[in-house]
Structures are given as C-alpha cells and as structure tokens.
Design a protein around this ligand. Structure first.
Ligand code: ZN
Length: 216
C-alpha cells in the first residue's frame, strides 16, 4: 500500500467512525424526547458520570447513547465510533514518510472538563500538550497540533486531538507512549490502532498500566 493509499484509508476510517458516531447519536434536528431524562437510563447515566466502570457500557446504554439508534449501524462500527463513553478514548496513529500523526478522540469528561460548556478549539489546544511521545532511538519534533471540540447528544461533548511529529530517522520509532492516563486520571482505556507506511497494522487496548502502543 502506498503512503497516499494509507492516508486515504485513514480518512475513510475517520469518516466512517464519525458517521457511525453521528448515527448513534441521532440526527441533530431530532425532536427532544423527555423520556430520556425521566426514564431509568437517565438514573444510570447520572450514576455513570461519577463512577466509570470497565464493562458497564457492554451491559447498559452508556451516557449519551441513543437507545433508538439503528442496531445494524452500531454493529458495523467495530471499535471505532462507539457511543460517547466516559473513561474511554479512541486513538489512531499513522506513519507517513517522516511524519507520525496521532488522532485521539475522547469525551471532555476524561480531561476533567465540564461537558455542558465545551471550550473553544483554541482554548482546548492545551490538552494536546504532552499527550503522547514517540519511542525509539531517534529524535522527533512536534510539527503540528490541533484540537477540535464538539457537542454530542444529551449535553455531552468530546474533543479530537491531533498531533503530528517529524522524526529524524522514523524507521527507528518503535511505538508511542500515551501520557493521557497520567495527565488525566479520567482516562481508563484507549482503543488504539497503528497503521504503518506499508500497510502494517497493530491494534491494542491501552490502559494506565499498559500505555505504550507498539508498532509491531
Ligand atoms: Zn459525556
């Protein structure tokens, strides 16, 4: 696979994830449904706010999940585009020529940020600072950094962090150490995927005790 194909694949994956997420959250112009705030899910969601538990979302609707979402769509998503789940994040890392690109998507709550009043993209940029670092016997310099915040359903909001490094001898890069867990204790797990320049792929579930994404 060529670099441009890889890039295209990443865009496609990102678009799919986003589309699935939007589908899961329902259209923006959907009429307000009071039952969501009055029903048993609302109580569960409130409980979940403060006490994220591994596996909770497997059994019950996560906070912000639309119970009316098309189950077929949800099933097709795989690990990308999962409903807004506090404590969880999704990471993709790609290598292209001399560049390493990180994309991390997670609820604002993971960063200890009030979701009801999401910060602007500029205000949120500080959360990209030191979020991860390339591992290996060469040097990399941060080349680009950006953060985009968005509002999810039910008063929830999330952000997507993007960081690009340029590395002197990128062949020597062995992986990426994720500092999100130590910087922001609201992070419990990150589903991570690496896509290399020749079609290499690696997928890992990262946690505070296993915070390094190995590229092979
Ligand atoms: Zn939330």
């Amino acid at each position: 696979m060529t670099s441009s194909q890889t890039r295209h694949l990443i865009s496609a994956l990102a678009a799919t994830g986003l589309a699935a997420l939007l589908a899961a959250c329902g259209p923006a112009d959907k009429p307000y449904e009071p039952s969501e705030d009055d029903g048993p899910e609302a109580a569960a969601a409130v409980e979940y706010e403060g006490v994220p538990e591994t596996g909770f979302a497997d059994e019950s609707p996560a906070a912000g999940e639309d119970p009316d979402a098309d189950p077929d769509l949800a099933a097709e998503e795989g690990h990308t585009g999962e409903p807004h789940e506090h404590g969880s994040g999704e990471l993709s890392v790609t290598r292209d020529e001399d560049f390493l690109t990180l994309t991390l998507d997670a609820p604002l709550a993971n960063f200890g940020v009030e979701e009801a009043a999401p910060p602007s993209d500029t205000e949120a940029e500080k959360y990209a600072e030191g979020i991860a670092e390339p591992m290996g016997p060469t040097s990399c310099e941060e080349n680009e950094r950006s953060v985009t915040t968005r509002v999810d359903e039910g008063g929830h909001s999330a952000m997507t962090i993007s960081v690009v490094w340029r590395c002197a001898k990128i062949d020597r890069i062995e992986g990426l150490r994720i500092n999100a867990f130590s910087l922001y204790p609201g992070f419990h797990k990150i589903e991570a995927v690496y896509l290399g320049p020749d079609g290499q792929q690696a997928a890992q579930e990262l946690t505070a005790d296993n915070a390094e994404l190995d590229f092979d």
